[in-house]
Design a protein around this ligand. Structure first.
Ligand code: AMP
Length: 455
């Protein structure tokens, strides 16, 4: 099927041509005709299947057809999403598809000032993409009402529930007018989600189910480097410095502190990069992502959570700086490269304490990851000396947890030492006891700087 065969108005057909789509994806082919007739839809689909256009194009068509106009502080189409990144991404798609129409769009999400968002809403918008918290906040401030909503889309419903948005969603749904078209998307459909869907959708919604078009793992060239965790930064730097073809590189790291540390190492080497993780402000995250998409920076370092749902084309290399505990995550990570028939390389670093994760990943993917070129190790600086404390730290930089008994024994020892020092006379007590306590703390592996020195 071709897009021209779908009953979409010329401005929408033109926009589809401008963004370069030729044929509808399976979810688009299955959803667009029924949605154009005004039916409710239950879609079991993930990001990457083309689901945004599957709901955006028919909604835009119906907005054009309905002949109604937006009114101040209202919207005609409401799309709820769980995260700011996804909301921005979806609004961008709507903007692209509506570029040859007069349909207006807006996006509201938390974590930034609400002033601009309120100003946009004053005149009203056709399409409002929102995260639930900020939407309820602005409704509470009377910046917007939902009384004119004709189309309601709940996207990524399973993640909404995972993130604890169920009450917010119920509140929003309670404010919607009775007559409306509803679309409900979720990647999975456990009972809790289908119960929620049944409270939102009409009795017989159209049901569409599509599997994500994942990159076949055999198409990704993989390499493995077994390396001590303290030398991973040097190895990453060396590989990036000696391989110019690594043009658009995504580096995955388990921790927020770890991502910042990698950025510091790469920046020192003059490699343009940025980090995205949960502690970065929304503006910084968007800026980093935009610069990466536009190839103003070469490397984006991300935690799994920050990178979820983010869609970047043409990633040439994915690095697993740390191996993920959840083995499926590995498949999602490396699937960011080798998309749309392009070539892609995934390079994984494995420290001795990650061997078990490596075995789990190889078992899951049924691929034995070949070792990379070992000559690179010769170019690395010699490893720093291990101290007993750093050796004891796990790959999150944390000391192993001590049992209650160990902590109790430690305190008992400190107390006894203190009493002994007291018996040893006034002068001794003042100098000696303090010294003892410091020594004991260090012996127990907890330097006074522990909190600050972890990452
Ligand atoms: P989505 O699942 O909506 O996040 O879409 C995933 C990616 O597929 C986005 O980069 C879209 O631009 C792209 N896409 C959506 N529909 C089509 C299509 N019919 N042909 C080619 N690419 C598409």
């Amino acid at each position: 099927m071709k897009f021209e065969e779908l009953p979409l108005a010329q401005p929408l057909q033109r926009a589809v041509r401008t963004v370069g789509y030729e044929n509808p994806t399976p979810i688009q082919e299955q959803s667009i005709p029924s949605l154009l007739t005004g039916k409710d839809l239950l879609g079991i689909a993930q990001t990457g299947t083309g689901k945004t256009a599957a709901f955006a194009l028919p909604i835009l068509q119906r907005l054009l057809d309905s002949g109604k106009f937006r009114q101040p502080k209202t919207c005609r189409d409401l799309i709820l999403l769980p995260t700011r990144e996804l909301a921005i991404q979806v609004e961008e798609c709507f903007k692209q598809y509506a570029q040859y129409t007069a349909i207006s769009t807006a996006c509201i999400f938390g974590g930034v000032s609400d002033v601009k968002q309120k100003n946009v809403l004053i005149r009203g918008v056709d399409v409002l993409v929102a995260t639930p918290g900020r939407l309820l906040d602005l409704i509470g401030q009377k910046a917007v009402t939902l009384k004119n909503v004709e189309f309601f889309v709940l996207d990524e419903a399973d993640r909404m529930l995972d993130m604890g948005f169920i009450h917010d969603i119920r509140k929003v749904v309670g404010m919607l007018p009775g007559k409306r078209q509803n679309l409900f998307f979720s990647a999975t459909m456990p009972k809790e989600i289908s119960d929620l869907a049944s409270t939102i959708l009409s009795a017989n919604p159209v049901r569409v189910e599509v599997a994500p078009q994942s990159t076949p793992i055999e198409r990704i060239r993989q390499e493995l480097y077994r390396i001590d965790k303290r030398r991973k930064g040097a190895l990453l730097k060396e590989l990036l410095s000696s391989h110019e073809e690594m043009k658009k590189v995504l580096v995955f790291c388990r921790t927020k502190h770890g991502t910042d540390k990698i950025v510091r190492v790469l920046e020192k080497a003059g490699i343009k990069c940025a980090a995205i993780h949960g502690n970065k402000s929304q503006n910084r995250r968007q800026e980093a992502l935009g610069n990466f998409k536009d190839e103003k920076i070469r490397v984006l370092v991300a935690t799994d959570i920050a990178a979820r749902g983010i869609d970047v084309d043409d990633v040439t290399h994915v690095f697993n700086y740390d191996l993920p505990n959840e083995h499926e995550t590995f498949v999602h990570r490396i699937g960011r490269t080798a998309r749309a028939g392009k070539e892609g390389v995934a390079i994984s670093f494995c420290s001795p304490d990650e061997e078990q994760d490596l075995r789990g990943i190889e078992k899951l993917t049924r691929v034995k990851i070949p070792e990379g070129d070992a000559s690179v190790f010769e170019k690395l600086p010699p490893p720093q000396k291990e101290t007993p404390e750093s050796e004891a730290r796990n790959n999150r930089g944390r000391l192993p947890k001590r049992s209650k008994e160990e902590i109790r024994a430690d305190w008992k020892k400190q107390r006894d030492d203190y009493r002994n020092a007291q018996k040893g006379g006034r002068d001794n007590r003042q100098v000696g006891a303090g010294q003892d306590r410091r020594d004991n703390r260090q012996n127990a592996g907890h330097s006074p700087l522990d909190g600050e020195s972890r990452f």
